[in-house]
Design a binder for this molecule. Sequence first.
Ligand SMILES: [Zn+2]
Ligand SMILES: [Zn+2]
Length: 191
Amino acid sequence: MQANILAEAGVPLGKLEAVGFAMETVGRRLLRFGGVDVNTAIGSLEEQLPRIGGQIDSAVIGDIPAWEDGSMHIMVVKSDLGASDARLNFCYGRSRYASGNFIVSAARLNEEEIIGATVHEAGHAVGLVSSDMPQYDGNSSFDGHCVHECVMQAVNTLEEMRRATRHVLGNMAVAGFCDDCDSHLQKVHLA
Ligand SMILES: [Zn+2]
Ligand SMILES: [Zn+2]
């Protein structure tokens, strides 16, 4: 599978490399696809994206076709992310569930924290965590998270994003996913 990273010019190189590193780490668990080839392109991405005030509107992720070309598509923006369709002041990243697509902002996250954000959003983008899965967290304030010690636990604060990153870097062989989430990764198919 291909993971195509499209980054806004001016996103610090270290953060962009961290996103690529995170996608390669997730890709090694997508065993059915033989891993993921990560391609990175830099351009004037934000000119094409809708804004709400000073933020990029993360709802745009819903407009991108699912599994286009059988690839994952990842947008990395410099600006902060908002959400015209949710009651959020900001978000670190946003996925279109099970579509292979997500957007992540470099505005509030450092080179380590963006690793946790990327793996977490990639998890949503491949279908984690739906309510029919045993690890589904029915008490989370946001839908779609994992009850276990896992990169797919709900992330509402910077400290929780740092925890997500610790899961990834502390369990590199499984990219920070728990057993239940990892077993989902083995079953991912392109819708
Ligand atoms: Zn999430
Ligand atoms: Zn999990």
